[in-house]
Design a protein around this ligand. Structure first.
Ligand code: HEC
Length: 147
């Protein structure tokens, strides 16, 4: 089944990261039209099971991107992102995996951080994304999608 490209790939995410996102959707720290409702209907056991299930799936890399953009994205990632997200964009318990996410999803996430009001939210991504140009966002998204 082909999923819409604005949906994140949950495969190989850290189980605690996934579990914590459910908790954030439940208490309103993170909001999404579908996920906020869904998270509230799942039992604790279901949330744990889903997090563990997805964390054990293998992430498949995506191909067919623009190689010039991806190359620029690789340099940007190494310089500005790898320190937190990991050299292979693999993520950790408090850090989402970015490798293999659809470029469209990554672009949406970065633009959303860029538009956030830093006085109301406390994620380091606001500062990080705030200084990225549209071209840099596209390059990073292209690079990470093709991991
Ligand atoms: C200071 C640490 C730090 C740096 C540097 C950093 N990030 Fe992040 N990033 C985070 C954290 C923490 C999150 C977790 C989500 C949140 O805060 O809402 C995140 C979330 C994200 C997300 C959302 C993923 C999702 O599925 O929700 C994207 C996309 C992202 N980062 C891309 C980048 C890119 C691209 C760079 C480099 C330009 C970068 N990050 C640099 C800490 C960092």
């Amino acid at each position: 089944m082909a999923f819409p490209k604005y949906i994140p790939n949950l495969a190989a995410q850290h189980p605690l990261y996934l579990f914590n996102q459910f908790e954030k959707f439940r208490d309103g720290t993170r909001e999404d039209y579908v996920m906020s409702k869904l998270a509230k209907t799942l039992s604790l056991e279901e949330r744990i099971n889903i997090a563990v299930y997805y964390s054990q799936q293998k992430a498949k890399s995506r191909t067919g991107g623009d190689p010039t953009k991806a190359e620029a994205g690789e340099k940007l990632f190494a310089a500005q992102c790898a320190g937190c997200h990991g050299e292979n964009a693999q993520g950790f318990r408090d850090m989402p995996r970015l490798a293999g996410q659809p470029a469209e999803y990554l672009g949406i996430a970065l633009r959303r951080f860029k538009e956030m009001d830093p006085t109301k939210h406390s994620t380091p991504m606001i500062g990080v994304a705030g200084v990225l140009s549209e071209g840099e966002i596209e390059a990073l998204a292209e690079y990470l999608a093709g991991w």
